[in-house]
Design a protein around this ligand. Structure first.
Ligand code: ZN
Length: 207
């Protein structure tokens, strides 16, 4: 069985969404965006024109983009760059893959500007934040931490199956382990788990 890797940084994985942050687009699905940590106020216009000129037919989503309270880029500038990417996603009708560090309530406040689905990648925070994101119609993509973090496993138990994605991000492990773990938590078969993720992909693709 092949398992879809919702967010990754490895050129050898073809069944998933590769995160493109510079250069030319690959011949497999990718997302394209400006990570808060990559914002450079001197070259931001070039960064945006690169984005717009690099959207081939394999572009699945906009991102990762978002807000990060730990990077040195000014918060106001981060918000402007995030909002511009939300508008691009609206224009090209593609979902947004969100990077968020300690700025969840700010990200939630941007949700009303987005006409496309928003997926928080690498979710690894508290139950209350998960609940607030879910009640605001976000999707959550989970990574390696699920394999050992019991409170995260508990959150998955209460996350609707139709709001879940699974990813390796920049961690080195076999995504099948994660599919097995989550299918056990949700008490469904591995096949059902796999099918569910494909259905979820289909529904974010159609807005
Ligand atoms: Zn990433």
């Amino acid at each position: 069985m092949e398992f879809f890797d919702f967010h990754h940084h490895k050129k050898y994985i073809r069944n998933g969404i590769y995160n493109l942050s510079k250069g030319i687009p690959p011949d497999f699905p990718y997302s394209i965006g400006i990570h808060p940590n990559d914002i450079d106020v001197n070259t931001i216009e070039q960064q945006f024109s690169w984005m717009k000129n690099t959207m081939s037919e394999n572009c699945f989503a906009i991102g990762e983009c978002g807000l990060d309270s730990l990077v040195s880029v000014d918060q106001k500038i981060q918000e402007e760059v995030f909002l511009r990417q939300i508008k691009i996603a609206n224009e090209v009708k593609k979902p947004l893959i969100i990077h968020c560090v300690r700025k969840f309530y700010e990200v939630i406040s941007f949700k009303k500007k987005a006409e496309q689905p928003m997926i928080i990648h690498g979710f690894n925070k508290k139950r209350q934040i998960a609940e607030d994101l879910l009640s605001n119609n976000f999707y959550l993509s989970f990574g390696k931490a699920v394999l050992y973090n019991l409170s995260l496993q508990d959150i998955i138990k209460d996350t609707p199956l139709d709001r879940i994605f699974l990813e390796t991000d920049n961690e080195d492990f076999n995504i099948e382990e994660l599919y097995i773990k989550v299918s056990e938590i949700k008490a469904i078969s591995l096949e059902q788990m796999n099918e569910q993720i494909l259905e979820n992909l289909h529904s974010i693709k159609n807005g």
